[in-house]
Design a protein around this ligand. Structure first.
Ligand code: GLU
Length: 299
């Protein structure tokens, strides 16, 4: 039986976003997330923002952020306002960490990967129980909220394992880099995002993010996770497995392929991609997006 699909129920005007990491060019998988979030936002008359998640320099490819923006433009995916770069937001991340540490809502941990593996892969909180607390290392949240379930606007009710939901996860890495979970929550709140639309690979991460919203006393967005494009079961198309960059010169074919992937009707081929998107926005139907976490595609 199909799930009832809810629309945004909050009173806030709809604000959506696409938040790519500049670790390579846009590929078909990231086009799905960009297009899905764009169509959802525009079909509800909402705003669509861009955030470049550039807080992991070792994984960053020089020039990728600009290339991603030029590709979005070539696909007619016009965003509202200025692009937010996470690299400009580190003061806010550090201020949050300092405040959590001062309130004993976070703590330093020096356990190695090997030690955590020996705990069964889920951290057991031992550094929080030390009589003499560490003063450096990775920073972990004291996860009192332990959110285990939520309702996804496409995938329905989502429930994760108790140990995963209860873990004191890392919010700042031992190498000094801010963790994705911390940055994404602070920035989605800062940008006033009302619904996060992204790939299903991050569906479980939403529980961790909801735990942070509760701990920080911030209003959480709604969630809508899209199916992932996979070449083989369990392996999403990604920059890591060398997914091909989408064609900036000829966006028409990829646009229609991405629409078909999202269960949407084809649009008329047009020299101007923005024109094609107009029709796609008019035709957009949430209820025809497949409620599957992954869909196999041809290489
Ligand atoms: N930056 C993440 C990525 O490129 C997406 C994060 C998100 O949408 O929450 O996979």
């Amino acid at each position: 039986m199909p799930m009832p699909l809810t629309l945004n129920t909050s009173n806030r005007p709809y604000v959506g976003r696409f938040a790519p990491s500049p670790s390579g060019a846009l590929h078909f998988g990231s086009l799905i997330a960009a297009l899905g979030s764009y169509l959802r936002a525009r079909s509800l008359g909402g705003q669509w923002l861009i955030r470049i998640e550039d807080i992991d320099p070792p994984r960053e490819i020089k020039g990728a952020a600009d290339d991603i923006l030029r590709t979005l433009e070539a696909y007619g995916l016009e965003w509202d306002g200025a692009v937010l770069y996470q690299s400009q937001r580190t003061e806010a991340y550090q201020a949050q960490i300092d405040s959590l540490l001062a309130q004993n809502k976070a703590y330093f941990c020096q356990c190695s990967r090997k030690q955590i593996q020996a705990m069964g892969g889920i951290y057991d909180g031992r550094c929080h129980r030390l009589l003499q607390a560490h003063t450096f290392g990775a920073v972990r949240i004291v996860n009192t909220a332990q959110v285990q379930e939520f309702d996804d606007n496409l995938m329905g009710h989502i429930c994760v394992d108790t140990p995963f939901a209860a873990e004191d996860f890392i919010i700042k890495r031992s190498d000094g880099l801010y963790a994705y979970q911390l940055a994404v929550v602070l920035d989605d709140a800062y940008q006033g995002i009302t619904e996060v639309v992204r790939g299903c690979d991050l569906i479980e991460a939403s529980c961790r993010q909801l735990s942070l919203y509760q701990t920080f006393g911030l209003t959480a967005p709604e969630w809508l996770h899209l199916p992932l494009a996979c070449l083989t079961p369990g392996f999403k198309l990604s920059k890591q497995n060398h997914a091909q960059a989408i064609d900036k010169q000829h966006p028409q074919a990829s646009l229609n392929a991405a629409l078909a992937f999202l269960g949407q009707r084809r649009v008329e081929q047009h020299a101007c991609a923005a024109k094609m998107l107009e029709q796609a926005v008019d035709q957009f139907q949430l209820s025809t997006i497949p409620q599957q976490s992954e869909i196999l595609i041809e290489p």
